[in-house]
Each structure stands twice: as C-alpha cells, then as structure tokens.
Design a protein around this ligand. Structure first.
Ligand SMILES: NC(=O)c1ccc[n+]([C@@H]2O[C@H](COP(=O)([O-])OP(=O)(O)OC[C@H]3O[C@@H](n4cnc5c(N)ncnc54)[C@H](OP(=O)(O)O)[C@@H]3O)[C@@H](O)[C@H]2O)c1
Length: 284
C-alpha cells in the first residue's frame, strides 16, 4: 500500500508531498498527475508517478491499489469538478483504497457560497461511496491575498466587498502539513476537520499590516458587490470568475470563512502561520 496524492504537481500538492517525504520513505509515496514531466523531480526522489487525468476514467482505474491511503486534492476547473472527483472516487472504490482524504471547503454543508457547491456535492459522493474518509475542510490560503500585493501597493488599497467580515486564513504549508498528518497517522478515518488559521483578520487590519510592513499607506477600500465586480473585470478577470470572487466576499461578510476551530493547529501540533508572516514573505 502507498500514500497517494492527486494534484501533486499543484501548489498545495507539492507541499503535501514534501511533508510526506519528511515523514516516510519515498517508496511509500505515489502521486497521480496528469503530466508526468511536471513530476520528474519527484520521480527522481523515488516517488512512484502514476499518470491519470480526472477526466480519464480508464487511466484512473489503474491509478490506485488496494489499501492505498489517498489524498484527493480538489481540481481547479470550476463547474466540472463534481464529475471529475466522482470519477476519482469510483476508481478508488473499485481499487479498494483504505482511506480517501478530500480537500473541501471550510464549513462543509454549511458553506453556502457558490465556490463551495462542488465541495458539498463531492463530500456527499464520498459518503455515498462508503470509502473510509477524512474531510479536510480547508479555509482560505493567505496566498490568495498576498499574491495580490503588487496591485494592492500600486493602488494603495485593499479592495473587497466583504464589509467588516473576517478571514481565518492560513498558509498553504499549514494545510499541507495537516494533510500529511492524516495520511501518515492513525485515528483519522471518518473524521471531519474544519481547517483554518488560529486567528481571523479583518480587511482593515490586513491593510494596516501591509502599510506597516511596506512603509506605504494602504487602506481598506470597502466597495459594494457590483462595484467590486466591475473593478475585477476591468482588471482583466473573466466575468464568471470575478462573480465567484465577489460571492466569496459576500460569504466572508456573513462570517463563513472566519471560523477558528483550532483543528489545523491541533493536527499539525504548531500554531498556524500568522498572516503577517505571509505578508512579510511576499514583500521580500
Ligand atoms: N483554500 C483555498 O484558499 C483555495 C484556493 C484556491 C484553490 N483551492 C482548491 O484547492 C485545490 C488545491 O489548491 P492549489 O493551490 O494547489 O491549486 P493548483 O495549484 O491550481 O492545483 C490544482 C491541482 O489539480 C490538478 N488538476 C486540475 N485538473 C485536473 C485534472 N483534470 N486531472 C488531474 N489533475 C488535475 C492540477 O494539475 P496540474 O499540476 O497538471 O495543473 C494541479 O496539480 C485547488 O485545485 C482548488 O480546488 C483552495
């Protein structure tokens, strides 16, 4: 049996595999990727590379073995993910895997925003499959915000339509460490983890921290949803995706991404990375 990570050539997946290789020998780790060339460095370290696209049931049928512990990292093609994830599940079920961990959305069935709909449907499919599961309901990544810092500094403002809402984000690396813990440890079958940062920040606090660290005045520009949509599309974001982002901000305003259950730091055994650290890393 192997510990198998799908989406292993993505940003989160690479970090998960790195965490696994810190914990177990490389010959216990396998990855399922759609492009073997992107996994060449992992293969060189002794990780088994299995090639399968979420859209290719025939290839997926050969991607898992009986007893594997599998992390299904959710895909990034919005609108297509339920079918893709279901195809992975069916292959995992047919192979007889021992564990299926899935990276869903903070709140699970309570996550009532558009982006979470496919995660809710996938969790239902996992439950229906009868495979022993671990739900890793990931909150927001710090990096969703820090990657926008060049534009924020240029505008002198953090623009959002989240009102006074707060975000309990954590670093991708924190979520990766938690995934490695549930894949290598015991006691995580049929468990649900609400993973988020230890503290939730407001956009005004985030802007103040960026100001303090950059030495440039940055304010929180709270805008209504329609204006936010117009700003994002004017900046070149496709309208469908911009609408999803605005809907996320509405969810933040309703408190949907502010939960601080402590599950993430409990699993990893360390405090989550403060957003100030992520800002410092991005500014450096
Ligand atoms: N919690 C958050 O804040 C947050 C933010 C963004 C996304 N997410 C979710 O978390 C997931 C992981 O985040 P991330 O930052 O690692 O995203 P990412 O870098 O976009 O990684 C997505 C991974 O999914 C793989 N993938 C996509 N479609 C596939 C397909 N049809 N067949 C096989 N593999 C496929 C990609 O493969 P390639 O390497 O070949 O491209 C990639 O490895 C995302 O996909 C998304 O569902 C969460």
């Amino acid at each position: 049996m192997s510990i198998v990570v799908t989406g292993a050539t993505g940003a989160l997946g690479r970090l998960v595999v790195g965490e696994l290789l810190d914990r177990v020998p490389a010959d216990r780790v396998a990855v399922v990727v759609r492009d073997a060339a992107k996994a060449a460095a992992l293969a060189a370290r002794g990780v088994e590379v299995r090639v399968a696209d979420y859209d290719d049931p025939a290839a997926l049928a050969a991607a898992f073995r009986a007893g594997d512990r599998v992390l299904l990292i959710s895909g990034n093609e919005f609108g297509r993910r339920v079918a893709q994830h279901t195809a992975v599940l069916e292959a995992a079920q047919a192979a007889g895997v021992a564990q299926l961990a899935y990276t869903g959305a903070l709140g699970g069935p309570e996550a009532d925003f558009d982006l979470a709909a496919e995660h809710r449907a996938t969790e239902r499919a996992v439950l229906d499959s009868g495979i022993p599961y671990t739900f890793l309901r990931n909150g927001w990544y710090h990096e969703n915000y820090t990657r926008e810092l060049p534009a924020v500094l240029e505008r002198g403002a953090v623009v959002a339509s989240a009102g006074e809402g707060r975000v309990a984000s954590a670093a991708r690396a924190d979520y990766a460490a938690a995934a490695a813990v549930v894949l290598t440890g015991e006691g995580h079958l049929n468990q649900v983890y609400e993973l988020s940062g230890d503290t939730a920040w407001s956009f005004a606090e985030y802007a103040a921290e960026v100001s303090a660290q950059s030495g440039k005045e940055v304010v929180y520009e709270a805008v209504p949803a329609q204006q936010h949509l117009a700003i994002l599309t004017a900046a070149g974001m496709p309208e469908g995706f911009a609408a999803i982002m605005v809907d996320v901000d509405a969810a933040i305003a309703r408190g949907r991404l502010a939960g601080t259950s402590g599950d993430l730091s409990r699993l990893t055994g360390r405090p989550t990375t403060p957003v100030s650290e992520a800002i410092a890393a991005a500014l450096a």
